[in-house]
Write a protein that binds this ligand. Structure first.
Ligand code: 3EB
Length: 337
């Protein structure tokens, strides 16, 4: 396509458009850069798609197709209003902590030289997340490299961190998808959970770098809420060990609290059945129970139930069996509550 015309900074922002596309295995893969592809196909995430059948492409599309750019291990595209893509790096050679640090440092370098410096959402995927290597769990090594890069780049590693998730794949390189925009989002925390960046040292020497949700101006008069990966954690403690049904219920209760907190800030409701969900299940045999509980929450016949995507992934704590993430749009109202 043609080159994107320069935009006046006073122009109406291009709205963020989210499309969740269902593909058959035979469909040509849309460029991986435009979003996150799961299921069969080139450049798919190394996590099995449990449902629906086929393949799914989550596209953060902006109105104008943009050319691919590269910096270090980062591939991205931007229309001047939004910037998205992913960092990918093989962590086998130098170790995961160094790889995470490199991925985030390259990403921050990209953001520093573009007009969209504010991260809204990160999706982190790494192999063998619960495995011990070189004396520590790989998730902890990832946390160490990530936090170090945030601090070096003078980015909020604590209050105000972006929304995120971190999941374990069967294999493959470290892959960090990201979405950034012109304006900083508002970080939202969950009143019944300790902020992850304040977890005690027992969970690792460097805390995870994410907020429970990010509320952003999605353009076009709409606000968008990104809810981070959410699990069965209350305070900082994993609950319902070994009970996937209750873990799913607890995760959905946590999501409800975050929706409520965000809704108060937005002056509009983020209804459960108006969100788009990705559900990560550790054991494929738990899919039926997780789905039953989830569909009870959002309504069995709802668009949210039909559109939900279920992936097999390891959750970042070995005692967690399920994690759920969501995002949704609401129309902005004049006065916040
Ligand atoms: C938790 O609440 C569960 O390290 O980026 C959720 C979302 C989790 C994001 C991350 C981890 C991350 O601690 C795990």
């Amino acid at each position: 396509m043609s080159v994107v015309a320069p935009r006046r900074t006073t122009a109406t922002p291009e709205p963020l458009l989210f499309r969740r596309l269902r593909l058959s295995a035979a469909d040509a893969a849309p460029a991986a850069l435009g979003g996150r592809r799961v299921g069969l196909g080139a450049e798919s995430l190394h996590a099995a798609l449990l449902a629906p059948a086929g393949a799914v492409f989550d596209a953060w599309s902006t109105a104008a197709p943009a050319e691919e750019r590269r910096h270090g291990c980062v591939r991205y595209a931007t229309d001047g209003q939004w910037l998205h893509g992913f960092a990918e790096i093989d962590d086998a050679a130098g170790g995961l902590q160094a790889a995470s640090h490199r991925a985030y440092s390259d990403l921050f370098a990209v953001l520093a030289e573009n007009a969209c410096p504010n991260l809204l959402r990160l999706w982190n995927y790494l192999a063998d997340i619960n495995c011990e290597a070189d004396g520590s769990e790989r998730y902890r090594q990832f946390n160490a490299g990530r936090q170090q890069a945030f601090i070096e780049a003078r980015r909020s590693a604590f209050e105000g961190a972006p929304a995120a998730c971190a999941l374990g794949t069967q294999d493959g390189p470290l892959r960090v998808y990201f979405l950034a925009g012109r304006q900083a989002p508002l970080a939202i925390e969950n009143p019944r959970q300790v902020s992850a960046y304040r977890y005690p040292d027992a969970y690792g020497p460097r805390s995870p770098t994410f907020s429970r949700a990010a509320l952003a101006d999605g353009g076009g008069g709409r606000q968008v809420l990104f809810i981070s990966g959410t699990a069965s954690i209350v305070g900082h403690t994993s609950l319902h060990i070994g009970d996937v049904r209750r873990q799913t219920e607890e995760s959905l209760l946590n999501i409800a609290m975050v929706r409520q907190a965000a809704g108060e800030r937005a002056g509009a409701a983020f209804a459960a059945d108006e969100m788009t969900y990705t559900v990560y299940v550790r054991h494929p045999s738990d899919l039926g129970v997780v789905r039953e509980v989830f569909e009870r929450e959002v309504g069995a016949g709802s668009a949210a139930a039909r559109e939900a995507v279920y992936l097999q992934a390891d959750i970042c704590r070995a005692d967690l069996l399920v994690e759920i993430e969501a995002h949704g749009f609401v129309h902005a109202v004049g006065v916040a509550g």
